[in-house]
Design a protein around this ligand. Structure first.
Ligand SMILES: [Zn+2]
Length: 295
C-alpha cells in the first residue's frame, strides 16, 4: 500500500514534535518575496528542533527517486537533473570562496561537506519541508533546502553565510551577534543577487537613513515572527552595518574581530582591539555608520 501525502505529512510532523523535546541547534528560515530572501526567525516554540547529535538527521522529506548528485570540494548538491546539480554546485563554490574572501577566514575549513537540496518548485519545497508559504529556503544542521526560483541565487548565498558563520563561531553563538550573522548574510545575498542589492540599497536610502535603528535596538531587539516592514528594516540595517564594517575595516581586521567575538570577548572589546584604532567600540561604529548613510 502506498503512503498518501496526508499520512506522509503527519509522519514528518510527528518526527518534528519528537525532536522538539531534545537539545537544539538553530534553524534559519528565509522569507521569500518575489526575488528576495530575508531570513525571518520564527517564534522559538514554532521552530523545528533537533539535538546536536542528530543534527544531520533531516526532519524533511528528500527528493523523489531518480535525483542526481554533484559533489564538489565543499558541497554535495542534489537536484532533479545533472545540469541543475552541476549549476548549483558551481554557484555554491563561487559563493563559498566569496564569503571566505570577504570575511577573511581563509584558515577556516568546514568539518564536512555541506548538503544542498534543490527542490523542483515551491509546492514540492513546502510539502516536503513543511515551511510556511512565505519561506523560500531554510538552513538545517549543515544543509540548505531551497527550490529553483528567480531569487534562489541570493537565498543560497544568504543561507550559506549562516552555515559558515555558525560553524566558524561554534555551537554557542552568543545572542548578541544575531544581528551580525544576519547582517553578513544579507550582505552576501546582495553580492550574489543584484535585485536584492537594489532592494536593500533603496531601503537604506529611502527609509533607514531618514529613520535609523539605534544600535541598542539592532543588537538587543531581534525581531521575531513573519516578514513585515519592521523585520525588513531590521535586516536592511543589519546588512548595511555589516557591509560598512567590512568595507571600512577590511577583511583581515574583520577576521580578527570575528575571532575575538568567537573567543567570548564583548562586541565593544572585539571592535576596539581589531581595527587598528579605527573604532574604540560599537558606539564609534554607530556614529561613523550614521555619517555614511546620511551622506
Ligand atoms: Zn538569515
Amino acid at each position: 500500500m502506498t503512503e498518501g501525502p496526508k499520512a506522509h505529512r503527519h509522519k514528518v510532523k510527528e518526527f518534528l514534535i519528537t525532536l522538539r523535546l531534545s537539545r537544539f541547534v538553530p534553524l534559519c528560515l528565509c522569507a521569500f518575496a518575489p526575488f528576495l530572501g530575508g531570513c525571518v526567525p520564527l517564534d522559538e516554540a514554532a521552530l523545528p528542533k533537533t539535538t546536536v547529535s542528530q543534527a544531520l538527521e533531516a526532519p524533511y522529506a528528500g527528493l523523489d527517486p531518480g535525483y542526481k548528485t554533484s559533489e564538489s570540494l565543499h558541497f554535495i548538491v542534489k537536484a532533479y537533473s545533472s545540469e541543475t546539480a552541476a549549476r548549483y554546485s558551481a554557484l555554491c563554490e563561487e559563493d563559498y570562496q566569496r564569503i571566505m574572501r570577504d570575511l577573511g577566514i581563509y584558515s577556516f575549513v568546514p568539518s564536512k561537506p555541506y548538503n544542498i537540496v534543490i527542490y523542483k518548485d515551491a509546492p514540492e519545497y513546502h510539502l516536503k519541508t513543511l515551511q510556511p508559504d512565505w519561506s523560500g529556503g531554510v538552513t538545517y544542521g549543515n544543509a540548505i533546502l531551497i527550490y529553483e526560483s528567480d531569487g534562489s541565487a541570493g537565498i543560497l548565498a544568504h543561507e550559506m553565510t549562516h552555515l559558515v558563520f555558525n560553524e566558524f563561531m561554534g555551537i554557542s553563538v552568543p545572542g548578541e551577534v544575531r544581528w551580525l550573522n544576519e547582517g553578513l548574510a544579507v550582505y552576501e545575498q546582495t553580492r550574489a543577487d543584484y535585485r536584492s542589492k537594489a532592494f536593500y540599497d533603496e531601503k537604506i536610502s529611502s527609509d533607514i537613513s531618514l529613520n535609523p535603528i539605534p544600535f541598542s535596538q539592532l543588537i538587543n531587539l531581534v525581531p521575531q515572527g513573519q516578514k513585515d516592514a519592521v523585520v525588513e528594516r531590521w535586516y536592511a540595517a543589519a546588512g548595511s552595518v555589516a557591509a560598512f564594517m567590512l568595507r571600512q575595516g577590511g577583511s583581515l581586521s574583520f577576521s580578527y574581530f570575528l575571532g575575538r567575538v568567537k573567543d567570548g570577548r564583548s562586541l565593544d572589546e572585539a571592535v576596539g582591539a581589531s581595527f587598528g584604532g579605527l573604532w574604540k567600540d560599537m558606539k564609534d561604529v554607530e556614529r561613523t555608520w550614521l555619517l555614511e548613510i546620511k551622506r
